[in-house]
Design a binder for this molecule. Structure first.
Ligand SMILES: Cc1cc2nc3c(=O)[nH]c(=O)nc-3n(C[C@H](O)[C@H](O)[C@H](O)COP(=O)(O)O)c2cc1C
Length: 175
C-alpha cells in the first residue's frame, strides 16, 4: 500500500511539514510506502501559470497532478489559518484537473492550530470540498490543538495525541 501525505501550506519553516514527516515515519515503520508532497515545493507562480486558462500548461504543476493521480490514499495535513484551511491549499486544489482529480480516492485529515480548535472548522471545510469532488474522507479526523505545547522537536509531547494519531493511522490503513 502506498500513501501520499500532502503538507498543506507554503509557509517557510511550517509545522505542517514536520507533522507530515511524523506521519510518514509512522507509516514507513509499518512497511507502508509513504511519500510527502509539500506545498512549499509548488512552482512559485502556480496561481498564475497553472490555473484557469493556463490549466494543464505548467509542466512542473502537471507532474504534481500526475503524482496525485497515482495515489489512491492521501493524508492532508492542514494548519488552521483564519478559522479555515490555508488559501494556498484551496488554490492548489483549484489547479487540479476538474472534476475527477480526487474522485473515489480515500482521505485522512490532520489539523493543527495554535488555538483550541485543532483546525476543526478547517477540516470540516476541507471535507466539504473533498466530498463535493467525490472523494471519501475517514470519519476520524485528527485535531492537534495548542500545537506549540503539544509538539516539540519533531515529537508529540502529549501521550493522548500520540495514541489518537496511532489509532487514526490504523483506521486509515484499514479504510
Ligand atoms: C495566516 C495564519 C492564520 C492563522 N489563523 C489561526 C486561527 O484562525 N486559529 C488558530 O488557532 N491559529 C491560527 N494560526 C496559527 C497556526 O494555526 C499555527 O501557527 C500553526 O502551527 C501553523 O501551521 P504551519 O506552521 O504549518 O503554518 C494562524 C497562522 C497563520 C500563519
Amino acid at each position: 500500500m502506498s500513501i501520499l501525505i500532502i503538507s498543506g501550506t507554503n509557509r517557510t519553516n511550517n509545522k505542517s511539514l514536520k507533522i507530515a514527516n511524523l506521519y510518514a515515519q509512522k507509516l514507513i515503520s509499518k512497511n507502508i510506502d509513504a511519500e510527502i508532497l509539500s506545498l512549499t515545493d509548488l512552482p512559485k507562480d502556480y496561481i498564475y501559470s497553472a490555473l484557469y486558462e493556463n490549466s494543464g500548461k505548467n509542466p512542473e504543476f502537471n507532474q504534481i497532478r500526475e503524482k496525485i493521480a497515482s495515489f489512491k490514499k492521501i493524508i492532508f495535513v492542514v494548519a488552521e489559518y483564519n478559522g479555515s484551511f490555508p488559501g494556498v491549499l484551496k488554490a492548489f486544489i483549484d489547479g487540479l484537473k476538474y472534476p475527477d482529480s480526487l474522485k473515489n480516492k480515500k482521505f485522512a485529515l490532520v489539523g493543527l492550530s495554535s488555538g483550541i480548535q485543532g483546525g476543526a472548522l478547517a477540516l470540516s471545510h476541507l471535507t466539504d470540498v473533498i466530498s463535493y469532488l467525490n472523494g471519501n474522507v475517514l470519519g476520524n479526523r485528527m485535531k492537534i490543538y495548542k500545537i506549540e505545547e503539544n509538539f516539540k522537536d519533531g515529537k508529540i509531547t502529549n501521550s493522548v495525541f500520540e495514541d489518537l494519531i496511532n489509532a487514526q493511522i490504523e483506521e486509515f490503513i484499514a479504510f
